[in-house]
Design a protein around this ligand. Structure first.
Ligand SMILES: Cc1cc2nc3c(=O)[nH]c(=O)nc-3n(C[C@H](O)[C@H](O)[C@H](O)COP(=O)(O)OP(=O)(O)OC[C@H]3O[C@@H](n4cnc5c(N)ncnc54)[C@H](O)[C@@H]3O)c2cc1C
Length: 548
């Protein structure tokens, strides 16, 4: 953009006309009639992620003179070239401005003929501007603090939903400029600036989802099949359901991909001999589901399930309800919280559950601690070891052998900056606005040790979050959903079972409601089995629909 500001409308139009004549093919010319109006325009340009090459301001303007305007404009576009238009009588002020605001040039009015007096000056300034590093940013931008839990959540949400974004610290110059352009104070974080220039201060996940183009409300109110949960099981069900002609809706609370989407490298999924990142695998599955016509909702939390005559009804967190002929529950599991003093308050501020892959670059050169001894912890250790100075795995048991795949144990042993501390537990964490250290206990000797670290990633046992199904479908004592043969005890069908047949294999105690993946009692907790159960559940849905 080339921006010109002059309170004299005739002069302002004449400048803009001359600029357009020569530069209109390559640049947009923006015209303002006061400093305040020009600053407002610059704010919008900044939020849209566009760039300003030249600021051309008249010196004598009421309210805010040209030098004052250029000084404030520099805060938003420090690399834009600055030109002052002056009358002969004001040349001394213009010369002073060369020092005050690092003025690139002053032009005496009138500038006729422009071919001699205006264009040669601007050509040179544009050449210089083009040579500077001022790549425009077309992605969503997030401004926040390193240790703000909500800033982390927003980045994690965008990353897991495959929305490209660029991250700026609120106290670095470009972060400050973006906050100024958004009219937000330095503590109004996280501030998300979408690709169309809309600034959202501390947006909810729902607001974010709709701003970045993710559907948050269903298009219809009745479907053949609604799948709850967008992990591998849910995505598998959506792909098979939609491709086999069922009107299919998938409802996901946070981001499609589920746990698998957080995996840095899945090496045991069939067909990927070199491994595949969980995010890539699940993004392909999401696109495949959409290609076959499945409808996907994000940030929609299912909070209740009920029978509505022959239909099955789901209630969402916002009170909306959706009916379907059949339901597949694919709600998986979530990490358990580590119950040690100090950790709860520091969650998102150095203490993270699950991979938190977005944080890896921030760990560069630092000492990272990982709690857990299963495959997920091992994968995270391998991933963080590429960035961190050292990675220490804290394992409660006597080693990794009982809980981790052999291939991963071998990989870990070969990485010099990963250390495994067996028989070790985190007793507490401390820090003011972020994690600063941990107290560890050696379970064999009872000795405690205090270690300094800003990074703790926790991968301990996972639990199904199925309380909302209480009283509707039968669950085991841990909350996993019982299905198929597990429901028939001593030849007796489950209480309230109305159909004149036994439950199908993945069918819950409510006919027409199926369960797939990690949420099912006795499931295998693998990507492959979750995908397989998603596909199998759809086959059983067809059988259920045919024989109702
Ligand atoms: C870091 C990590 C690494 C792993 N590595 C491997 C590996 O290498 N190989 C392997 O085979 N397995 C691996 N696993 C395990 C594997 O990812 C899981 O077994 C698999 O993701 C289970 O799929 P799922 O669809 O059943 O559940 P999940 O992946 O847990 O997905 C469930 C989804 O349902 C959503 N949801 C839950 N409740 C609701 C609700 N009420 N309303 C709306 N949505 C809801 C959740 O937000 C989530 O997205 C790993 C797991 C983790 C965490």
């Amino acid at each position: 953009m080339l921006l010109t500001v002059d309170d004299d409308v005739n002069v302002s139009r004449a400048v803009a006309r001359d600029l357009r004549r020569r530069y209109g093919g390559d640049y947009r010319v923006v015209r303002a009639e006061s400093g305040a109006q020009a600053l407002e325009a610059l704010g919008e340009i900044k939020l849209r992620g566009d760039e300003v090459a030249i600021l051309l301001a008249d010196y004598r303007m009421p309210g805010m003179n040209g030098i004052e305007f250029l000084e404030q404009a520099m805060d938003l576009f420090p690399t834009a070239r600055r030109v002052l238009l002056t009358a002969y009588a004001d040349t001394s002020a213009a010369i002073d401005a060369i020092n005050v605001i690092d003025l690139d040039h002053y032009l005496l009015k009138p500038w006729d003929p422009p071919e001699e007096k205006l264009y040669p000056v601007l050509d040179a300034l544009l050449d210089a501007w083009l040579a500077t590093d001022r790549r425009p940013v077309a992605e969503t931008r997030v401004v926040g603090h390193r240790w703000s839990a909500r800033s982390y959540e927003v980045r994690d949400f965008l990353a897991r939903n495959h929305v490209p974004y660029r991250w700026y610290l609120a106290d670095e110059p470009e972060g400050e400029r973006l906050l100024t352009a958004a009219g937000a104070s330095p503590d109004a974080i996280p501030c998300v600036i979408t690709t169309d220039g809309t600034a959202l201060v501390n947006p909810s996940d729902g607001e974010l989802a709709s701003q970045v183009g993710l559907a948050t409300a269903p298009a219809g109110d009745f479907y053949d099949l609604v799948v709850v949960g967008g992990g591998p099981a849910g995505l598998g069900a959506a792909v098979y359901g939609a491709s086999e002609g069922l009107r299919t809706l998938l409802v996901e609370r946070h981001a499609t991909g589920g746990q698998a989407g957080q995996s840095s490298r899945i090496e045991n999924y069939l067909g990927f001999p070199d491994g595949v990142s969980g995010s890539q695998l699940t993004d392909r599955a999401r696109r495949q589901a959409v290609k076959f016509g499945a409808e996907l909702l994000t940030t929609a939390d299912v909070v209740a399930l009920e029978a509505a005559g022959p239909a099955r009804r789901l209630v969402l967190g916002d009170g909306a309800s959706i009916d379907a002929h059949a339901i597949i529950l694919a709600t998986g599991v979530s990490y358990r919280q580590l119950d040690a003093p100090g950790l709860h308050d520091l969650t998102g501020q150095g203490v993270f559950y699950g991979s938190a892959l977005t944080e890896a670059p921030g760990c560069s050169g630092e000492n990272v601690y990982i709690v857990g001894g299963a495959n997920s912890a091992g994968q995270a250790a391998m991933y963080f070891a590429r960035h961190a100075k050292s990675v220490t795995m804290l394992v409660r048991g006597r080693g990794l052998e009982a809980s981790m795949s052999h291939y991963l144990i071998e990989q870990i042993a070969a990485v010099p900056n990963i250390h495994v501390r067996a028989c070790t537990e985190v007793i507490s964490g401390h820090g003011t606005d972020h994690l600063e250290g941990l107290v560890l206990r050696d379970n064999a000797t009872g000795e405690t040790e205090r270690v300094d670290t800003q990074w703790l990633f926790i991968f301990i046992g996972a639990a199904p979050r199925t309380d909302w199904l209480d009283g509707v479908v039968a669950r085991d004592e841990h909350g996993f959903v019982l299905a198929g043969p597990d429901l028939v005890v001593d030849g007796r069908r489950p209480a309230g079972w109305a159909a004149e047949r036994d439950p199908y294999h993945l069918e819950s105690s409510l006919p027409g409601v199926f369960v797939a993946g990690d949420a099912r009692a006795e499931s295998v907790k693998r990507v492959a089995s979750a995908v397989g159960e998603g596909a199998m559940a759809v086959a059983l849905v067809h059988r259920y629909l045919a024989k109702r």
